[in-house]
Design a protein around this ligand. Structure first.
Ligand SMILES: [Zn+2]
Length: 81
């Protein structure tokens, strides 16, 4: 296990998770919201991060990061990649 910097709050932490313990709940909540969004709307909205941030309530920075996650990287192919 390595020492990581939490992408949500900037705190350093030591865990297998992508985010620190404090942000874990919000991270899982965002992932849940994103999954629901994709199940309902498909992935076509995923090319417009700004609009998606408005629709899901997840901020654009976190959306971009979630798309890198194994859970979503297989589903979402961003045009700008
Ligand atoms: Zn954090």
């Amino acid at each position: 296990m390595e020492f990581k910097k939490c992408p949500r709050c900037g705190n350093f932490f030591h865990s297998d998770m992508d985010v620190c313990q404090n942000c874990k709940t919000n991270e899982l909540l965002d992932m849940r919201k994103l999954k629901d969004y994709i199940e309902t709307n498909g992935t076509k909205g995923c090319s417009n991060i700004q609009q998606m941030a408005v629709d899901t309530g997840i901020n654009a920075k976190n959306l971009n990061r979630l798309f890198e996650n194994d859970e979503f990287s297989g589903i979402v192919k961003l045009d700008n990649k």
